[in-house]
Design a binder for this molecule. Structure first.
Ligand SMILES: *[C@@H]1O[C@H](CO)[C@@H](O)[C@H](O)[C@H]1NC(C)=O
Ligand SMILES: *[C@@H]1O[C@H](CO)[C@@H](O)[C@H](O)[C@H]1NC(C)=O
Ligand SMILES: *[C@@H]1O[C@H](CO)[C@@H](O)[C@H](O)[C@H]1NC(C)=O
Ligand SMILES: *[C@@H]1O[C@H](CO)[C@@H](O)[C@H](O)[C@H]1NC(C)=O
Ligand SMILES: *[C@@H]1O[C@H](CO)[C@@H](O)[C@H](O)[C@H]1NC(C)=O
Ligand SMILES: *[C@@H]1O[C@H](CO)[C@@H](O)[C@H](O)[C@H]1NC(C)=O
Ligand SMILES: *[C@@H]1O[C@H](CO)[C@@H](O)[C@H](O)[C@H]1NC(C)=O
Ligand SMILES: *[C@@H]1O[C@H](CO)[C@@H](O)[C@H](O)[C@H]1NC(C)=O
Length: 824
């Protein structure tokens, strides 16, 4: 296949490669990891600098595999099933500085395959089945790191031309099959720069020819788990005599289960090696008491992990700067041995079983850093001036993850330089009652989380003017101490007071914390967050209030939240998702980017099974419901108004209906006591009394008239009176029509009542007296009166004597007529 057909083939197959590879940085960095690709997609721009092509299928590398990528610096071809690399394979990617070929089953490497990689600095040939370091790398003069771990290399002999590689600094031969190291295997290494890290860990070393490393300078030598047995290690260390190494790492890996049961002198070989830093890893308990530090006394850094250190072991270090005793099964703080080490700057004693802090660390004038964490230590003697005495430069003190520390009245006297103080998960007695920290004006970091403290004194943090980070989670506050305790902490940027059982925070609690960026209040019992809005926390970017009792946040608080808020954790609160909380829910939906775990903001409904995510709440349904409610309300109001109008307009008809019903019910039991019921306006009372009553009642035969002002019973309602006395108790009705009559609603009402009664019973008669002329139009106002006047005969009143005489006669006749008929 020639180049052009191959190119065409590649074009054909690279359609859609856009999605195949991930752009990490436009034009510069792409990842095609794990796409099962058998070619480099054409979508990769020629300007690419980093290309991760791991976990694909390339099989054979040849010149045509790579397009011209002259800016490519890093190429990762891990686990691409590459079996062979042809000569000039990297011709098109000549400027590579890092080439990773890890995990390929390479069986064939062409002698000229790396020829063009003149700029290569890091070459990784891990787990590729290499059996020898004799690679054709002549032209790779800029090589710095060669990683050939996990292969089958038996000899660490480097090709001779590498002695000219000036920058070479790392040879990683871990997990190979090197069992023998002879003098002539190390010739090239010895000739190279003095800055090489040599990793020989996990090789089955059996024999090192004494002197193989003599006069060799290394920056680091790692020989962890590199000897087949402890006896071989003892001899092997001796054979390293004359080696100068800055950092020596030996011992075992944690997953190395071979048992080393050493003799007392098993570390004597170390005395003939020149080293500055030594890292010794163990995990077996030697059955003899060995002075493991004997050959380490000239080191500046000593770190031993998992090595049993007997109580009272001597540590006569001359130049020690850093001492780490980790998992050393100490049961007492080695105060006596470590005291008076005038060069010591950093001390780390951690992960021991149960340390009794009976001994002080005295007179270590340069000590700056002390980590005594994770020791289950108990210190009853008034930390910290008693624990540390004559250590004026201490900046870092870590006493976390211990059992108990009591603070003394002297507080932190003599430790004025402290910058970082960590007591977390250690019971600290006395902290909450006094301002013990007041001299620590440089303190930047204070962690007393879960330290069983009850803050009772508002001056606990008095004087901590440099404090940046304060972690007091899992403690308690007495009454309203939290309102004042943070006063004056003007440098504070990070405050963690989660799980402190806080129910309420006063807005002025944080009034001085203008630099605060992170506030963690998770796991408290807060119900309202008003303090966030009214505390002037301008710089606040992260707020954690998860696991509180917040059911709602009012709109005015949401609007006043700090402007630069980028993380707001509201998860696991019993958010009340009802239509009255739409402000909060809308805010949650709109601010999902700011909210941490927006999916964990759950709406708590009455029944626990119906919980759902707040972001799923259907706000539209609320708007809809609201609309419907408003519409219904409007309809209701309209109906009420219309009804009121109707009732007002037809009030008399309604009353009339009531009365009709009532009257009808009691009709039969009534006896007539009057001859006629006079319906008239009270304005016409004078006429009625003077004329009508005079002429009818006082004439002969006397006619009994029912007059409302005279005959109606007191204490009965007018309507009842009209029915009982007037209508039911009278044979006839005399209606006195006048202007006032027509104007009076009551008169009209009485008339209509009588009229209908008349219609109903067809017995009673209505006699109409026209007292004065009334306009027709007005007459019409009184329903049917007009009609009535036309149909029935009526009497017209006149003052003339003659006509008046006639009038009275006719009226009397009309009233008496039919009197013998039964009363209704
Ligand atoms: C990878 O690609 C080859 C063809 O190039 C195909 O046969 C194989 O099934 C693919 N494997 C996967 C896991 O897609
Ligand atoms: C690489 O080195 C060889 C000698 O081993 C030399 O012949 C060749 O020209 C060099 N190649 C390049 C590209 O420099
Ligand atoms: C390791 O080297 C020894 C010879 O030193 C050889 O016998 C053994 O087979 C090699 N092991 C492997 C896994 O190649
Ligand atoms: C030694 O090598 C390391 C990198 O491995 C480098 O950072 C350091 O500068 C080098 N020192 C000298 C003196 O070359
Ligand atoms: C420590 O250094 C001194 C001289 O500086 C030397 O005499 C002594 O042998 C050295 N001890 C060890 C164990 O290297
Ligand atoms: C103190 O030590 C503990 C345990 O080793 C560690 O987790 C913590 O980060 C240390 N504190 C500081 C401030 O470094
Ligand atoms: C804060 O500072 C003022 C003035 O320096 C002081 O009066 C007050 O007691 C201090 N309060 C606290 C709680 O430290
Ligand atoms: C908010 O952030 C912007 C840019 O990150 C910054 O310029 C501004 O000063 C910040 N505001 C406050 C109040 O800190």
């Amino acid at each position: 296949m020639n180049f052009f057909t191959l190119s065409a083939f590649m074009v054909f197959f690279s359609i859609g490669a856009e999605e195949t590879c991930t752009k990490i940085t436009e034009n510069l960095h792409y990842s095609c990891m794990g796409r099962n690709l058998s070619y480099i997609p054409l979508s990769i721009p020629s300007s690419v600098q980093k290309l991760d092509f791991s976990f694909n299928v390339l099989k054979f590398l040849q010149k045509t595999v790579f397009p011209v990528l002259s800016f490519l610096q890093l190429l990762d071809l891990s686990r691409c099933y590459i079996k062979g690399i042809e000569n000039d394979a990297f011709y098109n990617v000549q400027n590579l500085t890092t080439l990773i070929l890890t995990g390929n089953p390479i069986t064939h490497i062409g002698p000229g395959c790396f020829n063009f990689l003149r700029n290569i600095q890091r070459l990784m040939l891990v787990d590729v089945g290499l059996t020898s370091l004799q690679l054709h790398m002549n032209n790779l003069t800029k090589l710095q790191e060669l990683k050939v771990g996990t292969n089958n290399i038996q000899f660490m002999t480097l090709p001779s031309f590498m002695s000219t590689f000036k920058d070479f600094s790392l040879l990683d031969l871990h997990a190979n099959n090197i069992s023998i190291i002879k003098k002539n295997h190390t010739i090239v290494l010895r000739e190279m720069s003095r800055n090489i890290t040599l990793i020989l860990s996990r090789n089955p070393l059996l024999h090192i020819e004494p002197g193989a490393f003599k006069e060799m300078y290394l920056r680091e030598l790692d020989i962890r788990s590199s000897f087949v047995s402890v006896a071989v290690q003892k001899v092997g260390l001796e054979a390293l005599c004359g080696l100068y190494v800055k950092r020596l790492i030996f011992g075992k890996f944690w997953d190395d289960y071979r048992i080393y049961l050493p003799d007392t002198d098993f570390l004597d070989g170390l005395c003939s090696i020149y080293f500055q830093e030594v890292y010794y890893f163990m995990k077996d308990t030697p059955n003899q008491q060995v002075n493991i530090f004997r050959c380490m006394i000239n080191a500046t850094n000593v770190s031993v992990t998992g090595v049993l250190i007997p109580n009272g072991a001597v540590m006569p270090f001359h130049e020690i700067k850093e001492l780490n005793l980790i998992s050393s099964r100490l049961d007492i703080l080695p105060g006596k041995q470590i005291s008076h080490l005038h060069t010591l700057e950093k001390l780390v004693i951690t992960h021991n079983i149960k340390v009794l802090g009976a001994e002080s660390l005295v007179d270590i004038p340069k000590l700056q850093y002390i980590d005594l964490s994770s020791n289950q230590m108990t210190w009853y003697f008034g930390c910290c001036p008693n624990l540390l005495n004559g250590t004026p430069q201490i900046r870092y003190l870590n006493l976390s993850l211990n059992s108990h520390v009591s603070l003394s009245e002297r507080g932190f006297e003599g430790l004025d330089s402290l910058e970082i103080l960590d007591f977390h998960h250690t019971r600290v007695a006395g902290m909450g009652y006094h301002s013990y920290l007041s001299n620590l004006k440089y303190l930047r970091y204070l962690d007393v989380s879960y330290s069983s403290i009850t803050f009772c004194n508002i001056y606990c943090f008095y004087g901590l003017s440099s404090l940046n980070v304060l972690k007091i989670a899992g403690n308690n506050f007495q009454s309203d101490v939290s309102r004042y305790i943070f006063n004056n902490l003007t440098s504070l940027e990070h405050l963690d007071m989660s799980f402190c059982r806080i129910v309420e925070l006063h807005p002025s609690s944080f009034k001085d914390l203008q630099r605060l960026q992170l506030l963690n209040l998770s796991g408290n019992k807060l119900m309202i967050l008003d303090f966030l809005a009214y505390s002037n926390l301008n710089k606040l970017t992260s707020v954690y209030v998860a696991k509180n009792s917040i059911t709602s946040i009012p709109l005015n608080v949401l609007q006043k939240l700090p402007t630069n808020l980028s993380v707001f954790d509201l998860s696991s609160n019993p958010i009340d998702c009802s239509c009255s909380q739409t402000d909060l829910i809308l805010w949650i939906i709109e601010n999902q980017k700011v909210l941490k775990e927006p999916n964990d903001i759950i709406c708590t409904m009455l029944s626990p099974n119906s919980d759902f995510r707040a972001i799923d709440f259907d706000i539209d349904s609320c708007v809809h419901n609201k609309r419907i409610t408003i519409i219904l309300l409007l309809c209701f109001l309209t109906v009420i108004v219309i009804l009121s109008i109707i009732v007002y307009r037809f009030q008399f008809y309604l009353k009339y209906c009531c009365i009709l019903l009532r009257g009808y019910r009691s009709a039969r039991q009534q006896e007539c006591s009057y001859d006629a019921f006079v319906i008239f306006s009270s304005y016409d009372e004078v006429w009625v009394m003077n004329e009508l009553v005079e002429n009818l009642q006082n004439g002969f035969p006397p006619i009994q008239l029912c007059l409302h002002m005279r005959d109606f019973q007191a204490g009965k309602s007018i309507a009842s009176n009209i029915i009982d006395e007037g209508i039911m108790g009278s044979h006839k009705f005399i209606v006195v029509v006048s202007q006032h009559f027509i104007d009076s609603a009551w008169c009209r009402f009485e008339f209509e009542l009588a009229q209908s009664w008349f219609v109903m019973e067809r017995n009673a008669n209505i006699i109409i007296i026209i007292l004065e002329d009334v306009e027709e139009k007005k007459l019409k106002k009184v329903i049917d009166l007009h009609k009535h006047l036309k149909k029935n005969t009526y009497l017209k009143w006149s003052r003339e004597t003659l006509s008046s005489m006639r009038f009275w006669i006719r009226l009397r006749k009309a009233v008496i007529a039919g009197k013998q008929k039964y009363c209704i």
